[in-house]
Design a protein around this ligand. Sequence first.
Ligand SMILES: Nc1ncnc2c1ncn2[C@@H]1O[C@H](COP(=O)(O)OP(=O)(O)O)[C@@H](O)[C@H]1O
Ligand SMILES: [Mg+2]
Length: 254
Amino acid sequence: MSLLKLDAATIKFGGLVAVNAVSFELNKGDLFGLIGPNGAGKTTTFNIVTGVYKPTSGTITFKGRSIGGTPSNKIASLGIARTFQNIRLFKALSVLENVVVGGYLRHNTGLMSALAYLPPSINETNRLKAEAMELLKVVNLAHVADVRSADLSYGMQRRLEIARAMATQPELLLLDEPAAGMNPLEKEELLVMVKKIRDEHGMTVLLIEHDMRFVMNLCEKIVVLDHGEEIASGPPSAIRNDPKVIAAYLGEAV
Ligand SMILES: Nc1ncnc2c1ncn2[C@@H]1O[C@H](COP(=O)(O)OP(=O)(O)O)[C@@H](O)[C@H]1O
Ligand SMILES: [Mg+2]
């Protein structure tokens, strides 16, 4: 079943075409990679899917409904959640509290209302805390639930962002460079985690990643962007040997 479809999605910033007529489709249950050199338009693609920017032209369809230009505070309630390339946690809050805030977002329209949200009962709060604790187990952070998120290692903060995004119970999870800054062991663990999130939590995953080995080992389908253009798409085996992809990455310090 088609979950997310981009059809000639385009966004221009002044004279720069950051994403140029990009078309690809995710089916429910896909583990899908979006790759390309720096500045290729990957994060911007996430930004037009999640309503940070309205596409200049083209369509974005989620579960059969056109969502291009839907404000980002409504996107979570439609069933799409994301993490950010530059980690955005509530640094003064504990690890558990960060995930609980994500849970509030499921019922509310935006982050500000989530922060201002008064839980109707102790029971509701306890339920959200219990759910958050379960998500912390998924990303191996249950043992640091009470630690201030600012005090976590970089790799742990990235995993916390994933748990927080999952707390909105999305059907589609967008991960922007989840392995960035992680050591090889953390990357291995992350790979297993993301597979589990798809296999056991039923979420469809679209991820941006610079580590080629990570993407090739994890994703079943890949789209490659370069200068805002889609230059290749297919299974890792085809992408790996595509001369256009190799040329795009030449000179890049990967
Ligand atoms: N809000 C913006 N205003 C102007 N240019 C932007 C904006 N957002 C992104 N860009 C430009 O779009 C291009 C693609 O950026 P980005 O999507 O962040 O690339 P990446 O593939 O590395 O994630 C870059 O040239 C970037 O400078
Ligand atoms: Mg980016």
